[in-house]
Design a protein around this ligand. Sequence first.
Ligand SMILES: C[S@@+](CC[C@H](N)C(=O)[O-])C[C@H]1O[C@@H](n2cnc3c(N)ncnc32)[C@H](O)[C@@H]1O
Length: 218
Amino acid sequence: MVDNQHWLDRWKENRIGFHEPAVNQHLQRYLPQFDLPRGACVFLPLCGKAHDIAWIAAQGYEVIGIELSQLAIEAFFEENELDYERLDTDRFGIYKSGNISLLQGDFFDLSNDDLGACNLVYDRAALIAMERHDRPRYYDHMLSIIPAVSNMMLITLEYDQSEMTGPPFAVPTDEVYQYYSDAFSINLLETNDIIDERPRWRKVGLTALSESVFRLDR
Ligand SMILES: C[S@@+](CC[C@H](N)C(=O)[O-])C[C@H]1O[C@@H](n2cnc3c(N)ncnc32)[C@H](O)[C@@H]1O
C-alpha cells in the first residue's frame, strides 16, 4: 500500500528515482506558452525537491509547493543554497525563501485559502503518485482547492498496470478527461513512447510506456 509512510520512508532511504536530475523539459517548453503575468503564482502539488521549483521561481513567479517530507524540503533549500524561514501552523510547516513557499504536510489538508490566487497548477509526478483508488479523491480535492481561474499543466504516464505495481501509477488519458473536463478545456499537447528511457522498468516486465503532456484551461 502506498500511504504517507511509504513516501516518508523513501525519502529517508533515499529511494527517490522519481527525482529528475535537471529541470523538466516539458515545463521549460510549455510554461512560456501559458503567458502568465510576472508575479503570477504557480502551485506544485507533491513537489519533492524538484529542480522545477527553483526554475519556475527564477522566471519571476511565486511558487507554492506542498510536500509531505521535511527531508525533501530541507534538501531542496540546501541543494539550491537558499536560506529559508520556517513557520509552524497547526497543519503545516511553512518554509519561505523569497518567492518560494513550500508547505510541509499533506496535500489533502490544504484548503483554498492556503493557495490564495494561484494562476497555474504544475502537476508532474503528483497525480501519477496516487493509486487508482485514491485518484478520485485527488481530482476532487484539487478542484476544490484551486481558484476557479487556475489553469493546469499535467504530465502523466500510461502503461499496462498489470505489468508493474507502481508507483508511478498508470493514468489513462480517458480518466483525465473523465475527471477534469467539466472544469477545464483539455488539450493533449504531446504523447511520447518513452520505454527506451526506462531500461530498469523494462527489466521488471514493462513492455510499453508512454508519457503525455496536457494543457488544461478554464
Ligand atoms: C513521485 S514524487 C514526485 C515529486 C516531484 N513532483 C518531482 O517531480 O520530483 C511524489 C512526492 O509526493 C510526496 N507526497 C506523496 N503523498 C503526498 C501527500 N498526500 N501530500 C503531500 N506530499 C505527498 C512524496 O513525498 C513525494 O516526494
